[in-house]
Design a protein around this ligand. Structure first.
Ligand code: ZN
Length: 257
């Protein structure tokens, strides 16, 4: 089995709960699709946990923003990004500071591997979309509003592509169509003949009105969507206590949006 997590957003309490759930299932391999940092209160802790636990990690737009520069960020995301950079820079231990910095700077934007052990074809992993791996959003509504965007994504993959970025879990297939985990009863039975772009949702800032952390598990023949409750109120209080983080970034955790 393989666990796929994304969009941690400096939320240690959500990440810790998800890692415990992964351990409880006896899963040893973890892929992280990026946005380890940004928005949340504990960037250094999350980078350290991901470095220890993830088999590989990809670059998200928030990781990129903290390391290099924010692009198309609203004011609260940009302010959070500069605050996050300050936290990483404030680490007094030179070796630790450099390790975190080099880890984030060196994240690749895309990874592919064989899905044979699960009975799947090629697996692609990106943060955003197959076409623009760091920054492009594929939203559920795009199947109606921008169907060519979804189709273009599907054309660029050979079987399955795993993404995060929108913080909304679910499966995109041709037509195009979108299925939420609810509609699938939390299990997508993979069709070997049908391409799919699968969003695993967000560990640290879910936006589908369910405030539990979201991630996915690859099992033979299927992809399982998992939700894990964590102390949301406690993380919200941490956000509210940091003046550089917009209060809304705490409140939205409670609401899952
Ligand atoms: Zn994100």
């Amino acid at each position: 089995m393989l666990a796929i997590i994304s969009d941690i957003h400096s939320n240690t309490e959500a990440l810790t709960a998800v890692l415990a759930d992964i351990d409880g299932r006896g899963i040893e391999k973890i892929v992280c699709l990026g946005d380890v940092v940004g928005y949340g209160p504990e960037p250094c802790q999350c980078v350290d946990l991901i470095r220890q636990r993830a088999t590989f990690t990809l670059m998200g737009n928030h990781d990129y923003a903290v390391m290099f520069e924010p692009s198309q960020f609203n004011i609260s995301a940009e302010t959070a990004s500069f605050w996050t950079r300050g936290c990483l820079e404030a680490e007094p231990d030179d070796a630790r500071r450099n390790e975190r910095w080099e880890f984030l700077c060196g994240l690749p934007v895309k990874h592919t591997m064989s899905g044979q052990e699960f009975g799947f074809g090629e697996l692609m992993f990106v943060h955003g979309s197959p076409r623009r791996p760091i920054n492009e959003y594929i939203f559920p509504d795009d199947v109606y509003n921008a169907p060519s965007k979804v189709q273009t994504g599907l054309e660029r993959i050979s079987h399955l592509c795993f993404v995060g970025h929108t913080h909304v879990p679910g499966v995109f297939v041709d037509a195009p169509d979108f299925y939420s985990p609810d509609e699938l009863e939390y299990v997508y039975e993979v069709n070997p003949e049908r391409k799919a772009i699968i969003n695993v949702g967000s560990v640290g800032q879910p936006r589908d009105r369910d405030n539990r952390a979201s991630y996915a598990v690859l099992e033979p023949g299927k992809v399982r969507f998992v939700r894990v409750a964590y102390p949301v109120e406690s993380t919200m209080q941490k956000v509210l206590a940091i003046s550089e983080l917009d209060n809304y970034l705490g409140q939205r955790l409670m609401e899952g949006r």
